[in-house]
Write a protein that binds this ligand. Structure first.
Ligand code: GDP
Ligand code: MG
Ligand code: ZN
Length: 382
């Protein structure tokens, strides 16, 4: 970067990529395969994430050196030639960046950044906020990447690949009927969301098909746990404005069982949108499109949908059974009061969780979901 006399120089640290909680590595490995029902995933992959939200100001700068604590960056906030943008998608060493001024730029990655990339650490992924310098009308060079506020990653054969950065929320869609409402499935998606620290929004769609009172008790439990909830009908246009408010200016991953109306909801939000999240995208610069990389799809009213082909279902990956209780917001407060520290809260004596269920402090249906998830994992272990 050009040295400017009056440029404000600030030194900062990039956050370390993998500041997630400690896991029981040995136990985890045993549960890598076929974590759950669907089976449509590559079984040795898992998805995980982190969400320590420390927004910092945009960084423009140079990487001075790298040490064990992460990347050291020196940056110059006043360089007028530097623009900022959001990476929509990455093809190899080339990225498509939506510039803050509105157009899309095909950007190469600066050599210095490139040399820091390793297989575990894609230096730039979809969702990254970047600083770049234009070298043509719609071309540029990325000179710096902002620290990520969150990331979703996939691990395959012990390697971890960040696939998308800075996701804000996961939208869990279920339907009131056709297919039937399956609260235990919502619970599984919620556990995944809790695991990755993504804030969930729970939608029950197709409420036009039922008497709304039928779903109120289910949705009420989630609302009482502090989850945002919406009852929608894509067909009738109910609560679509509210949904738009919830996705506006945020980055959302949409998930849910097939047939619940995800595509219909997206189309109600913005006509044509469901086509953009169809499995094969033909829209790209060079015609060689890989369908396994994540893509950010800009919303015309602000915000992005995050499309992650290959992770069609945002699923429970390799959570270990001992972790599950901690990922249920309603069970978590009781786990420290059990007699045995390794209590699974199934049959054990003096179990604070079971006591809380017995006297109505924990919803029995939620506890049932919990017990099923743990039992499923126990079966896989045998
Ligand atoms: N009655 C009713 N049908 C809906 C609603 N939303 C979607 N559908 C229908 O449900 C079926 C599956 O919808 P789709 O959007 O493809 O579900 P997806 O698999 O989750 O993307 C389609 O036939 C839709 O017309 C709704 O709110 N009410
Ligand atoms: Mg669909
Ligand atoms: Zn217990």
């Amino acid at each position: 970067m050009a040295k400017r006399k009056h440029g404000r120089k600030i030194r900062t640290d990039f956050k370390k990529r993998h500041q997630e909680r400690k896991r029981h590595k040995d136990v985890t490995r045993e549960f890598q395969s076929d974590a759950l029902d669907d089976g449509s995933f590559v079984s040795e992959e898992r998805i995980s994430g982190k969400g320590e939200l420390t927004r910092r100001r945009t960084i423009v700068g140079e990487i001075a050196n790298e040490d064990a604590d992460g990347l050291q960056v020196q940056f110059d906030l006043d360089d007028p030639e530097i623009e900022h943008g959001t990476v929509l998608r990455v093809h190899g060493l080339e990225s498509v960046v939506r510039a803050d001024r509105g157009d899309d730029c095909r950007c190469a990655i600066r050599q210095l950044l490139k040399s820091l990339a390793t297989e575990q650490r894609n230096v730039v992924v979809a969702g990254d906020r970047v600083a770049f310098r234009r070298v043509g009308e719609h071309q540029g060079v990325i000179v710096a990447v902002e620290p990520r506020t969150s990331s979703l990653s996939r691990s395959s054969k012990g390697r971890r690949h960040v696939i998308v950065a800075n996701v804000d929320q996961v939208i869990v869609v279920a339907s009131a009927a056709q297919p039937d409402l399956k609260p235990h499935l919502i619970d599984r998606f919620l556990v995944s969301a809790e695991q990755t620290s993504l804030e969930p929004l729970i939608i029950i769609n197709k409420v036009d098909l039922v008497d709304v009172r039928q779903v109120l008790s289910v949705i009420g439990v989630y609302a009482s746990l502090g989850y945002r909830t919406l009852l929608t009908s894509a067909e009738r246009g109910w609560a679509i404005d509210e949904l738009r408010e919830q996705v506006k200016n945020r980055r959302s991953v949409v998930t849910g069982q097939s047939g619940v109306g995800k595509s219909s909801l997206l189309n109600a939000l913005q006509p044509g949108l469901q086509l953009r999240v169809a499995p094969v995208s033909t829209d790209n610069w060079k015609g060689k499109h890989t369908t396994t990389t994540a893509e950010l799809i800009p919303l015309e009213f602000g915000g992005y949908l995050v499309d992650t082909p290959g992770i069609r279902q945002f699923e429970l990956w390799d959570v270990v059974r001992e972790e599950i209780a901690g990922l249920f917001r309603d069970i978590r407060p009781y786990v420290n009061y059990c007699r045995f520290p390794d209590c699974l809260h199934l049959q054990e004596v003096d179990c604070a969780v079971r006591e809380a269920v017995a006297d109505g402090r924990i919803d029995p249906r939620r506890y049932d979901s919990y017990a099923h998830m743990v039992e499923d994992l126990c079966e896989q272990r045998e």
